[in-house]
Write a protein that binds this ligand. Structure first.
Ligand SMILES: [Mg+2]
Length: 369
C-alpha cells in the first residue's frame, strides 16, 4: 500500500478563555493537519500542535519542513511504520509536533487497513479512561476556587493545578482547592519548570498535608540531577514532562531515579511509535506513565487516547484541550461523557476514528505533495 498524496493544512482554533501557565499565555491554537492518502484509497489523519517554548517547533517551522518530509515518504509503503518512522525521525531531531502528525496518520492508515480500531491494532483491550481538568494560573485564590468549583460541578474526579509562582505563593491556591474538593478528588500540581530546587522542596513540604497525587515538572527541563535529589528528599511522586521527549530521555531519567512517572505527549515524542518505547522503558523500570496533550483538537486527542487505552501502564490521563475550544472541527473520534466528568468514549470505528471537517482548514495555505 503506497503513499500517494500528502496534504498539509493549517487549523486555527480559539479558546473560550486565555490559559495562563508559568511559560506564558495561550489564547488558542494554530495547528497543522496532515492527511496521507494511499494508492488503495485508505487515508489517515494526523495533527501537530506545536508550542515552541516546549516543543521547539512552530506552525511556521512545521510548514517549512513538512513538504520535504512528505517527499521523503511519498511512493513508499504506508504500512511499514517502523521503516517510515525511522526515516522521519532520522530526517530531523527537531519538529517533534510535525513528526507526530505524520506518525498518527500512518497508524490511522495501518489500523484501517487491518480493519481494527487503533487501540486493538496496538494490542490493547478497551478500558475506562478519565481525564483530569487543568486550572491555569489565576491571579487570586478566589478565581482559582471558582474554576475548581466549575470542574467539580462538571463531575470531574481529578484536578490539575498549574503552579510555579515565586516563593510559596502557590500554597494558598492549592490548599483552597483541596479544602473545596474534599479528600476524594485527586489533586495534582504542574510547575512547568517554574521552581528551582529549594523552592520546590519548600513548596512540596508545605503542601504535604494536602494529599497531592504528584508534582509534575517541578524543575527546569535540563535539571535531571536535582530532580533525582528532589525525588529522594520529598514525600511526593515526581512526574517528568518537559524533561522527557523521547525514549532516550526516558532511559536517562529512570536510570538516575529522577521520576516516578513519565508524561508521554505525542507532540514531544514525535508520535505513537516513540510513545510506545517510552512506556516500555518506564514499565521495565517500575515507573508508570501519564498521557498529556498540548492544544490538540479531538483529532490529536483521539490518537493519544488509543495509545493510552492500549497500554495499562499509562495510568494518568490529561487529555483536556478539547474542552477549551469555541468550536469542534472533528468528526468521529474520542468524545467525553455528558454526565461523568472527564470520562472518555472511544468509538470502535477503524483507525483512530477522527477526521477533520475540511471546511475548518485554511485552504489558502494548503500544500499538497
Ligand atoms: Mg505538564
Amino acid at each position: 500500500m503506497k503513499i500517494a498524496k500528502i496534504e498539509i493544512s493549517r487549523l486555527h482554533m480559539t479558546f473560550t478563555q486565555t490559559l495562563k501557565v508559568s511559560l506564558g499565555e495561550i489564547t488558542g491554537a494554530d495547528n497543522v493537519v496532515i492527511k496521507i492518502t494511499t494508492d488503495s484509497g485508505i487515508f489517515g489523519w494526523g495533527e501537530a500542535s506545536p508550542f515552541a517554548p516546549i516543543t521547539g517547533d512552530s506552525v511556521e517551522s512545521n510548514f517549512a519542513v513538512a513538504p520535504a518530509l512528505a517527499q521523503l515518504i511519498k511512493g513508499k509503503d504506508a504500512l511499514a511504520i517502523e521503516a517510515r518512522m525511522t526515516e522521519i525521525n532520522g530526517f530531523s531531531v527537531g519538529e517533534p509536533s510535525l513528526r507526530s502528525a505524520f506518525d498518527m496518520a500512518l497508524y490511522d492508515i495501518a489500523a484501517k487497513a487491518a480493519g481494527l480500531p487503533l487501540y486493538r491494532f496496538l494490542g490493547g483491550e478497551k478500558r475506562q479512561l478519565r481525564t483530569d481538568m487543568t486550572i491555569g494560573w489565576q491571579d487570586t485564590v478566589e478565581e482559582t476556587v471558582a474554576k475548581a468549583q466549575k470542574i467539580l460541578d462538571d463531575g470531574f474526579d481529578a484536578i490539575k493545578l498549574k503552579v510555579g509562582r515565586p516563593g510559596l505563593e502557590d500554597v494558598a491556591h492549592v490548599a483552597a482547592v483541596r479544602a473545596l474538593a474534599g479528600p476524594d478528588i485527586a489533586v495534582k500540581i504542574d510547575s512547568n519548570q517554574g521552581w528551582d530546587y529549594a523552592t520546590a522542596v519548600a513548596n512540596i513540604n508545605a503542601m504535604k498535608p494536602l494529599n497531592l497525587q504528584y508534582s509534575e515538572q517541578p524543575l527546569p527541563v535540563w535539571d535531571y540531577d536535582n530532580m533525582a535529589r528532589l525525588r529522594a528528599r520529598v514525600d511526593l511522586p515526581i512526574c517528568a514532562d518537559e524533561s522527557v521527549f523521547d525514549d532516550k530521555d526516558a532511559l536517562k531519567l529512570v536510570k538516575i531515579g529522577a521520576a516516578d512517572y513519565l508524561n508521554i505527549k505525542l507532540g514531544k515524542a514525535g508520535g505513537i511509535h516513540t510513545g510506545l518505547k517510552i512506556n516500555a522503558i518506564a514499565e521495565a523500570n517500575g515507573a508508570k506513565c501519564m498521557i498529556g496533550c498540548f492544544a490538540e483538537s479531538r483529532l490529536g486527542l483521539s490518537a493519544a487516547a488509543h495509545l493510552a487505552v492500549a497500554r495499562p501502564n499509562i495510568i494518568f490521563i490529561d487529555l483536556d484541550s478539547a474542552f477549551s475550544y469555541r468550536s469542534d472541527p472533528v468528526i468521529g473520534g474520542v468524545t467525553f461523557d455528558e454526565k461523568i466528568g472527564g470520562l472518555l468514549h472511544l468509538p470502535d470505528t477503524v483507525g483512530h476514528g477522527a477526521q477533520i471537517d475540511e471546511s475548518f482548514l485554511d485552504q489558502d495555505g494548503k500544500v499538497t505533495v
